[in-house]
Design a protein around this ligand. Structure first.
Ligand code: AMP
Length: 144
């Protein structure tokens, strides 16, 4: 399965982004409100500058305490995150996420943000694929 098929199944809603100048406290509210674990950081909603995950906030809270809530998204985000293209396979994306030990991946086209894939999306797509392969093999063995 390709990334573009996953994006299609998720619907065409805009990707939620946040500006680097936003406070960490505000970012935590957005994450909680939207029930998501990561935010793409972008000034104009298309050029990806970074990614802020709930893990970045938790790590900072543990290391430095609540003072980090007053800091900016740009202070804690991971710059230049690994991105993927719409024509990449689920397998390739899962490999990149596993190797890099992260669970979010922006999807870009000609340098512009067009979607986001989470490890949950990729695992779900892969399981569907494996289930279809199993049914096809079973059909071949049973002769129907
Ligand atoms: P996550 O597992 O996605 O919640 O993120 C774990 C760590 O990896 C955090 O420090 C994130 O900022 C960072 N991270 C998340 N996604 C990416 C990505 N696509 N490329 C590079 N780093 C990332």
């Amino acid at each position: 399965m390709l990334v573009q098929q996953i994006l299609k199944s998720k619907g065409d809603g805009p990707v939620i982004t946040i500006k680097a100048s936003t406070s960490i406290s505000e970012a935590a509210h957005v994450l909680a409100e939207r029930r998501i674990g990561g935010l793409i950081v972008s000034e104009d909603g298309t050029r990806v500058e970074g990614i802020l995950s709930e893990r970045d906030i938790v790590r900072s809270l543990a290391l430095r305490g609540s003072v980090c809530l007053e800091e900016r998204v740009g202070d804690l985000m991971t710059r230049n995150p690994v991105c993927c293209r719409k024509d990449e396979t689920t397998d390739a994306v899962l490999q990149k996420m596993t190797n890099g030990r992260f669970r979010h991946m922006p999807v870009t086209e000609d340098g512009k943000l067009v979607g986001i894939i989470t490890i949950g999306d990729a695992v779900k797509a892969r399981l569907e694929e494996l289930s279809m392969e199993k049914d096809a093999l079973q059909g071949m063995i049973m002769g129907h």
